[in-house]
Write a protein that binds this ligand. Structure first.
Ligand code: ARG
Length: 561
């Protein structure tokens, strides 16, 4: 129920529409203490318009606000504190959650607008890095949140599968490669070949040209080059897929950079027609207006296109294919300049839709304060990290609940979920520290804590033989913070979608878990026959919202742990 909206509307009429409704609702606060009521409105800004002291205004307005949903409205200094009619609100909110079930919090704010989300996007023949993991997890959660509020997300894995390095890789493979080894351990072997190629160049400079000519053959569709490239790509993708499967994440498209090979000439022509291309040491560039930005490289001296050229083609392609309402790029902070350049070039081409492109940047994953390296010895370290998290979760289950059925699946949901949750709970722009132990803790701000809370709620429902029937609110003060949180859920999701910020949802499920665990510690839910139905309804509502909140972050919510 939009209680805040009702309060804003009452205020709006009480001040005789002298301030716009939007300006009122935006000023309504959550009081810092429960004793100050459920909402508060500060009157300072009204003083000028109404030519009275804020204290006086609070006094005058408070008496005018009467509504059957409100218990009382009290002026305290310059504030108007509002208290909801708790019993009524509790059955309304619980009823709303139970009746909507998993659709609780769904809205149509996005009006079906399409949102391509460029996410994950690892480079083939290279290890899947922590940055790619972050992009995958954040992008996935954004897709789920945006879908919930009525957008149509399109998950795009913009694979790094094109560029001069693949010419070098082909040359290296033909010289030193071993098919069986590559098949067995693709990324490790290809990476080793690539490194060897660079070592050998030091001794033999003609290798450089050899690499270049193989890339040229690849660009022109030469059969041998294309066959090898396809093979490298497929084998790499298979390795990446193991990670995606562990996380239960999939894509609508894996069109990577190569997909734009035949779409870049057009970009170059568009730039040329507008007179935007300039020569700089034999290369073609677009100068930026902002002096702090280096020129955007479009073509190298040897005619090869670049990362930015492909991104320009991709941006145009996405606009023309989807007519997007927003276009997101979930990519690390270190590419900030690249995306600034990209957007500026598109604006110079007079594509106004470039305003709807957003670089959703994020910080680094650190270990003991240092950047994590993915290629110390073993290559696909990440898969091992996830496997280790699953192992640790399994050990926990074995000690706590050895008779649990489906242990393996649940351990996967908890272990991988812990890694994902840890990534999402902080403001994405910050660097985060990687520690499996702290991620997996059952107490604290972790995925397992939320999952465990939900499993506890499910267990109470089982013990109380809950089945959804008569909807009844709870008649106990101690449940009130939970009711208010349940009521906040739809607004939290909308804000998370508007700000591209999954951490709001993560923080929310932690708050709800804390609140519920506190209640559980204070109230014997099943003991009071008279209150039991209402309390079980509350527990069921909490479980619905925790499950849905976790889902929006990409986590499963096991009913037993
Ligand atoms: N493959 C790139 C990298 O690993 C990320 C690609 C991001 N997406 C994009 N459209 N540029 O750095």
């Amino acid at each position: 129920m939009d209680y805040k909206g009702v309060f804003a509307n009452e205020l709006y009429h009480a001040i005789e529409k002298k301030v716009e409704y939007e300006n009122i609702i935006k000023r309504i606060e959550k009081p810092s203490q429960e004793s100050y009521g459920d909402f508060a409105f500060p009157c300072f800004d009204l003083a000028k318009i109404m030519r009275r002291s804020p204290q006086q205004i609070a006094q005058e307005l408070a008496v005018k606000i009467t509504h059957p949903l409100f218990e009382k409205c009290e002026p305290v200094g310059a504030y108007i504190n509002l208290y909801l009619e708790k019993k009524e609100a509790s059955s309304t909110v619980i009823g709303e959650v139970l009746e909507s079930g998993e659709t609780y919090g769904t809205s149509e704010v996005g009006e079906g607008g399409k949102v391509p989300i460029d996410m994950s996007s690892p480079n083939i023949a290279k290890p899947f890095s922590m940055g790619h993991l972050r992009s995958t997890v954040i992008g996935n959660s954004l897709a789920l949140i945006l879908a919930k509020i009525g957008y149509e997300p399109i998950r795009i894995n913009h694979l790094g599968d094109w560029g001069t390095q693949f010419g070098k890789l082909i040359a290296a493979y033909l010289k030193w490669g071993d098919e069986a080894k590559v098949r067995q351990n693709t990324i490790k072997e290809l990476l080793a070949l690539y490194i060897k190629f660079h070592e050998e160049i030091e001794k033999d400079a003609t290798l450089e040209d050899e690499g270049r000519s193989w890339f040229k053959r690849l660009e022109d569709g030469g059969q041998q080059a294309v066959t090898l490239w396809k093979w490298f790509r497929e084998e790499s993708l298979q390795e990446f897929n193991r990670i995606y499967e562990l996380m239960d994440i999939s894509f609508d498209s894996t069109n990577g950079e190569a997909f734009y090979n035949d779409k870049m000439d057009r970009v170059v022509h568009l730039l040329d027609d507008k007179g935007l291309l300039q020569e700089s040491e034999g290369a073609l560039v677009v100068e930026m207006d902002d002096d702090n930005l280096p020129p955007c490289l479009i073509k190298k001296k040897d005619g090869a296109t670049l990362y930015a050229t492909r991104d320009l083609a991709a941006a145009i392609y996405r606009y023309e294919t989807f007519g997007f309402s927003q276009s997101l790029y979930v990519v690390g902070n270190e590419q900030r300049l690249h995306f600034k350049q990209l957007i500026e070039v598109l604006k110079k081409l007079e594509f106004n839709w470039a305003d709807h492109m957003h670089h959703i940047s994020f910080g680094m994953m650190l270990k003991d304060g240092k950047k994590m390296s993915t290629r110390k010895g073993k290559v696909v370290l990440l898969e091992e990290v996830l496997e280790e998290a699953i192992q640790l979760a399994k050990v926990n289950i074995e000690t706590k609940n050895p008779s649990l059925i489906n242990k393996d699946i649940i351990a996967q949901h908890v272990g991988v979920g812990a890694v994902m949750f840890h990534d999402l709970k902080n403001d994405r722009r910050n660097d985060i520290d990687f520690s499996l132990e702290s991620m997996l803790r059952v107490e604290g701000e972790t995925g397992p804590y939320v999952q465990y809370t939900n499993a506890r709620a499910c267990s109470i429902l089982r013990k109380g033989h809950y089945s959804q029937g008569e909807i009844q609110g709870v008649d106990d003060e101690k449940a009130w913070p939970i009711i208010m949180l349940l009521n906040d859920f739809p607004e939290v999701i909308q804000k998370a979608g508007r700000d591209f910020d999954p951490s709001l949802v993560a923080k929310y499920v932690i708050d709800l878990s804390r609140s519920f665990n506190k209640y559980y510690g204070q109230v014997r839910i099943l003991d009071d026959e008279y209150q039991k139905v209402g309390r079980l309804n509350l527990v069921a509502a909490v479980s619905i919202v925790l499950t849905e909140g976790l889902r929006l972050l990409g986590l499963h919510a096991p009913q037993e742990m």
